[in-house]
Design a protein around this ligand. Sequence first.
Ligand SMILES: C[S@@+](CC[C@H](N)C(=O)[O-])C[C@H]1O[C@@H](n2cnc3c(N)ncnc32)[C@H](O)[C@@H]1O
Length: 202
Amino acid sequence: MIKRHIAKWNRAAAGLESVGVGVERRYGHLKRELFGKAQGETLLVAAGTGLDFQHLSKGLRVTAVDFSPVMLSYAKPRAKEYRGTLRLVRGDIQRLSFRDASFDSIVTACTFCSIPDPLLGLRELHRVIKPGGRLLMFEHVRAGNSLLGFFMDVMTPFSGYFGPDMNRRTRETVQQAGFAIEREFNIYLDVVKMFECVKNPL
Ligand SMILES: C[S@@+](CC[C@H](N)C(=O)[O-])C[C@H]1O[C@@H](n2cnc3c(N)ncnc32)[C@H](O)[C@@H]1O
């Protein structure tokens, strides 16, 4: 099953590279502000083509994970430009190979619209982040408005065939996985959002 998802994101890499430039122009300054809060041992999921590396503060130890080899081939030259330590790891966010409590910060951008099982992925992030560690997220989610939300439900089988799902309820899933949302910002309507979360004590 995962092979099908990897193949989809391999095909989407060239498109993401061009769409990503527009996203960066519009939202790059907000991502920089959010991701600038990452400290110490930092996990970035999912790396995609590496457009988000530029938003991390200098001097961190970053591990960037993605399961698509084509995405990672785009990300490689950007990883070399990062002024700190940045290693690229090919892996599935739903089954991370890292030990419990290994990261001080975790950063995500347009990730939980894309992970096949978002709850499984967020539970893995909860496992590998240290107690008190910060999860910093830039994500698009299902709209709260019933008409727009319904439209997103209808569109998701099509959008999900080529790329991300449009109707993910990421706010709820983050809480279900054991994180407390400390701050939440609406960037575009209540669809594009930033979340600052902390790992709840067990
Ligand atoms: C919409 S793209 C976003 C990429 C990047 N974060 C950005 O904002 O440009 C979604 C990314 O998630 C990756 N992905 C989806 N499911 C994954 C999984 N289970 N494990 C690792 N990477 C995954 C895809 O390969 C793709 O690079």
